[in-house]
Design a protein around this ligand. Structure first.
Ligand code: ADP
Ligand code: ASP
Ligand code: MG
Length: 422
């Protein structure tokens, strides 16, 4: 990001960014309810910038349409298509706010000055020139920005920011305009110890550190998109996750502090958006892994877990790795091409897998979390295909059909429902 992002200004009134996700703007009634909340916030004396997602199901519907006209739609055109969903909600929300008697102005990503790199369908925000937003606010408007989108330098092409990317739009806009708070309104009233839709006994966290939230998000807890948390952490944007369906207090995502430190495991996450690719019988010599993963990275595919097994005679190796399901077809093509070049026997792909993870900053100082996780899964007959660990998480790849069971038993095993709140 350029220096423009650091433009933090001192004001007499608070500047609040409110992001509303798909279910929060899922129909006309919901959009009207959002407009009421926005107007209420403005009438309390705040300046308000709203960032909206497409109506729920809309992005999937557009992807479906694309695949009906082409088996491999060009990514530039996908971005043109998908960005339209958010454009619809931004205009409707601005109209609904105007209907309540407040001035509002909707903006596309381009109009809001959101400049990204050229990586279509998963672009990164490079900078935001907040000038146009500030001008509209100074003119007394509630500004409603279409989330999930930007434009390349020189305003040549529309880009989108990856699934769930409206969270990133909101946090980046909050950083760019120096907002006092970024509220993420969704269909749950905060960040829980695990997905409350899978484990009803999950407990809402009052606060969570950026670091833990980043792990949970990157391990699949879609309540916040991973890059949005990275961004919030980097620019120290205070984020609150709340429900647009009630007034319950939400979860504050902020820097780690004393009262966050006393739990070993703070959450369980799962990710069904994973595919495992295995290259069988690769010659085991220096440079093979480098060549393989360089080629995959060159195709803009992010590899997550990697496991290598060398045969007992030391001559060949199997390498397994995971990639996002959305990239699996391209990853397989690229891998098959390199494997042939490298002299591997064959490439296998498994899409019916998932990754379950336990996360907690307390793991830094406590041992035994990994073994307890493995024991718990074993006791329930769940086989582990891959393992990866970091300082504050342990992840296992398992059979997709055991995902919910694994999440429930791990949540229980680590006493998450019962332990004292943070
Ligand atoms: P939006 O459309 O508002 O962006 P998402 O569907 O992207 O909403 O994210 C909200 C969903 O995240 C919840 O409905 C819930 O199922 C899921 N979720 C997964 N893990 C968690 C968690 N630890 N805490 C809260 N919600 C979670
Ligand atoms: N509409 C986009 C999606 O469904 C972006 C978002 O909702 O954040 O992924
Ligand atoms: Mg989301």
């Amino acid at each position: 990001m350029s220096g423009e992002v650091f433009l933090v200004r001192r004001r007499n009134v608070a500047l609040i960014v409110q992001k509303y996700g798909g279910t929060s703007v899922g129909n006309v009634e919901r959009i009207k309810a959002v407009a009421e909340r926005v107007v209420r916030t403005a009438k309390q004396g705040n300046q308000v910038v709203v960032v909206v997602s497409a109506m729920s199901g809309e992005t999937d519907k557009l992807i479906g349409l694309a695949h009906q006209v082409s088996s491999s739609p060009p990514e530039r055109e996908m971005d043109m298509l998908l960005s339209s969903g958010e454009r619809v909600t931004s205009a409707l929300t601005a109209m609904a706010v105007e209907a309540l008697g407040c001035k509002a102005k909707s903006m596309t990503g381009r109009q809001a000055g959101i400049i990204t790199d050229k990586v279509h369908t998963k672009a990164r925000i490079e900078r935001i020139s907040g000038e146009r937003i500030h001008k509209a606010l100074r003119d007394g408007n509630i500004v409603v920005i279409a989330g999930f989108q930007g434009v390349t330098e020189g305003e040549t092409d529309v880009t989108t920011l990856g699934r769930g990317g409206s969270d990133l739009s909101a946090v980046a806009v909050a950083a760019a305009v120096g907002a006092d708070l970024c509220e993420i309104y969704t269909d749950v009233d905060g960040v829980y110890t695990t997905d409350p839709n899978i484990v009803p006994a999950a407990r809402k966290l009052r606060k969570i550190s950026y670091e833990e939230m980043l792990e949970l998000a990157s391990l699949g807890a879609k309540v916040l998109q991973t890059r949005s948390v990275e961004f919030a952490m980097k620019y120290n944007v205070p984020v609150v996750v709340r429900s647009s369906f009630n007034d319950n207090p939400g979860t504050l995502v902020a820097e780690e502090d004393m009262d966050m430190e006393n739990v070993v495991v703070s959450g369980v996450a799962y990710d069904k958006n994973q595919t495992k690719i295995t290259i069988v019988d690769l010659p085991d010599k220096p440079g093979i892994a480098a060549k393989l993963f360089d080629t995959i990275a060159g195709a803009n595919i992010v590899v997550d877990m990697i496991v290598q097994n060398v045969s007992s005679d030391g001559k060949s190796a199997d390498i397994s790795f995971t990639v996002p399901k959305t990239d699996s077809r391209r990853a397989l093509e690229v891998t098959e091409a390199v494997s042939k070049e490298l002299g591997a026997k064959r490439v296998d792909m498994r899409e019916d897998i998932s990754k379950v993870s336990v996360v907690g900053v307390g793991m830094r100082t406590h041992s035994g979390v990994a073994s307890q996780m493995f024991r718990t899964l074993a006791e329930h007959g769940i086989n582990i295909m891959m393992i990866s660990t970091s300082e504050i998480k342990v992840s296992c790849v398992i059979d997709l059909k055991f995902t919910e069971l694994a999440v429930r038993v791990l949540h229980d095993a680590f006493g998450l429902a019962a332990s004292a709140g943070t």
